[in-house]
Design a protein around this ligand. Structure first.
Ligand SMILES: *[C@@H]1O[C@H](CO)[C@@H](O)[C@H](O)[C@H]1NC(C)=O
Ligand SMILES: *[C@@H]1O[C@H](CO)[C@@H](O)[C@H](O)[C@H]1NC(C)=O
Ligand SMILES: *[C@@H]1O[C@H](CO)[C@@H](O)[C@H](O)[C@H]1NC(C)=O
Length: 351
């Protein structure tokens, strides 16, 4: 009998030490190629990354992630103590969805038409439709526990990383899209933020209460934009970074407004540009790791640089796992008050 008790205690300690409980019951991911984990694989689109050298440092190889290893969303999931990556919406099973779903789609934007020339992609509006479908599926699976279900969704973490394509694959492509003919950078950012605001209110309506909004990186420093811009003497294209900064400033103001209007919700802003400054001052060239195709993505199976662990850009536009790790860690535990405001993720999940 005594031995039996000792055995039970031992087993329980074993369980707790091996499987740390995630800090939130579920984690939902919205956005573009910065977080996509395979939703575009079955779409007819140029925005695909399910071929080598993408995934060269990822355990399962090329999964559709637009980087050599983990995305920033993957790394945040690990920091939250999830023991598996959040499944892509395209392939998520009934058993998996209660831990969260990844809706991210390469080429997607706040605006529905963004990325049109690439082919199929799931815009933020459609990602929200998909989330609504997930909730219906959830309710069906849980049968009558709808109230418990709502409380459950409120405890979860939601991250949104979108807007880069509204510049890269819209405003900055004047031969393909009319937006830059019609709007100044200031007007365009205003339109984007108005639409984003409506989309975030919809996410709130679907039960989200802990919401992390990623600002845009200095897109003018990407190898893709530097190669398009004729002013080769500049390290970064200043006019592009200026346009993106207008969007970021407005997004930061939107976070304050939403926190004020929706008192039972907590929104926070991650200043990716600020976090990237550390990388900018490091003596690393803004060069891609792989051989590029004309569209700025990696050419298939080309040999990649040897020091992936010290490069910022994997292809013309996407960060390496090394850069994703810095962004994820500083959004989780802010190093300066500029990184995440008003909360970093480690504090947000405890509120
Ligand atoms: C759900 O609730 C309805 C009405 O209260 C009841 O008739 C039904 O048996 C319940 N179903 C389950 C699976 O508990
Ligand atoms: C979710 O879908 C239902 C059923 O189609 C619809 O009535 C509802 O308005 C949708 N909710 C949101 C927030 O989009
Ligand atoms: C983000 O950080 C940059 C660099 O430190 C700063 O110039 C900018 O004002 C910050 N943006 C916001 C919206 O806080």
């Amino acid at each position: 009998m005594a031995n039996y008790h000792v055995f039970l205690v031992f087993v329980q300690i074993g369980i707790f030490t091996v499987f740390a409980k995630p800090q939130v019951p579920c984690y939902f991911i919205f956005g573009d190629s910065l977080v996509d984990s395979g939703n575009n694989n079955e779409l007819v689109t140029k925005a695909k990354a399910n071929y080598l050298p993408y995934g060269i440092d990822f355990p399962q190889g090329a999964t559709g992630r637009f980087t050599n290893g983990r995305t920033m969303a993957d790394i945040i999931g690990e920091l939250l103590d999830f023991d598996e990556f959040i499944p892509a919406y395209a392939t998520a099973t009934d058993e998996q969805i209660n831990k969260g779903v990844n809706y991210g789609s390469g080429g997607a934007g706040i605006r529905r038409g963004t990325g049109r020339h690439l082919g199929g992609r799931i815009s933020l509006d459609r990602q929200l439709n998909n989330h609504n479908a997930t909730i219906s599926r959830f309710v069906r699976l849980q049968r009558n526990s709808t109230i418990v279900n709502e409380e459950y969704l409120k405890m979860c973490l939601y991250i949104v990383n979108i807007g880069s394509n509204d510049y890269i694959n819209n405003y900055l492509r004047p031969t393909l899209y009319t937006s830059s003919h019609k709007f100044t950078p200031f007007q365009y950012a205003t339109i984007l933020i108005q639409q984003y605001s409506q989309q975030l209110k919809r996410l709130y309506k679907m039960g989200a209460r802990k919401i992390v909004l990623f600002g845009l990186a200095p897109i003018g420093c990407t190898p893709g934009e530097i190669s398009i811009c004729p002013k080769k003497e500049e390290r970064c294209v200043k006019s592009i970074n200026g346009a993106v900064a207008v969007f970021n400033n407005k997004l930061r103001l939107l976070v304050d407004k939403l926190n004020n209007d929706k008192r039972d919700a907590k929104f926070t802003f991650i200043n990716v540009t600020h976090i990237s400054l550390v990388q900018q001052v490091m003596p690393l060239p803004n060069l891609p790791c792989c051989k590029l195709k004309v569209d700025g993505q990696c050419a298939p199976t080309t040999v990649t640089c040897l020091v992936r662990a010290l490069s910022i850009y994997y292809d013309g536009f996407h960060p390496t796992e090394f850069a994703n790790n810095i962004i994820a860690k500083r959004s989780y535990v802010a190093v300066s008050h500029m990184d995440a405001s008003p909360y970093d993720i480690s504090h947000l999940v405890q509120l």
